[in-house]
Design a protein around this ligand. Structure first.
Ligand code: DGI
Ligand code: FE
Ligand code: FE
Ligand code: FE
Length: 187
């Protein structure tokens, strides 16, 4: 699918702010793919669709998670996690994206997963460091991303966990498994 067509499909699903974020993720993901030898076209497509389901009603997302047999423990955790697997599902069903690597990168863009592919990493990190993000610590992750993809990714996952802990929020187990897997592989 061409960029313009993909963007058109996504734009109508998102607020203007979220669409601008999506454009930032797209540019950042392409740049990371160039830098680290990833597939630029897949990075572009996964980035464009990564937040496709962000504004679906919770009830609709919940129904999809149940009907499609997605991990049912998602329902015990923050509903912010749901748009990732639901987005992968709807990108396929509604937009006809069939590339499994692209769909997996969308599916795991919020929690990560053990054994993340290069594309998974690019999308997770691009989502975190795109130019529209302004939270504390993001500049440091941007700098490390220029040198070492895995180190930057660990910082992003770690910051996300710390952010959740500070807000007294639960942490989805997959997020911890992602962190553990990345740390083990770094050694
Ligand atoms: O959709 P975005 O805002 O661009 O970013 P995202 O999909 O990476 O994260 C969405 C939200 O999900 C964010 O506010 C942090 C939250 N989140 C990420 N990992 C976890 C999580 N929430 C819980 N409860 N547990 C997690 O492991
Ligand atoms: Fe997201
Ligand atoms: Fe993210
Ligand atoms: Fe996002």
């Amino acid at each position: 699918m061409e960029r313009e067509e993909a963007l058109k499909l996504v734009k109508v699903q998102l607020t203007d702010h979220r669409y601008q974020h999506t454009l930032g993720v797209m540019e950042t993901a392409i740049a990371l793919a160039k830098q680290y030898g990833g597939d630029e076209q897949k990075a572009e497509l996964a980035a464009i669709f990564h937040d496709y389901a962000k504004f679906r009603p919770k009830a609709e997302m919940k129904e999809i998670i149940i009907e499609q047999g997605f991990p049912q423990n998602l329902l015990e955790y923050n509903s912010e996690l749901w748009h990732a697997p639901v987005g992968a599902y709807l990108a396929e069903k509604e937009a006809g994206i069939i590339d499994p690597e692209v769909l997996e990168a969308i599916r795991f863009h919020t929690s990560g997963r053990p054994g993340m592919t290069l594309l998974d990493k690019i999308i997770y990190l691009a989502d975190y460091i795109e130019p529209g993000r302004h939270f504390p610590g993001v500049e440091e992750v941007r700098n490390v991303a220029k040198e070492n993809l895995d180190k930057a990714l660990i910082m992003a996952v770690k910051n996300t966990i710390i952010f959740l802990l500070k807000k007294n929020q639960t942490v989805y187990p997959e997020t911890f498994y992602t962190y553990n897997d990345l740390i083990r592989k770094l050694e």
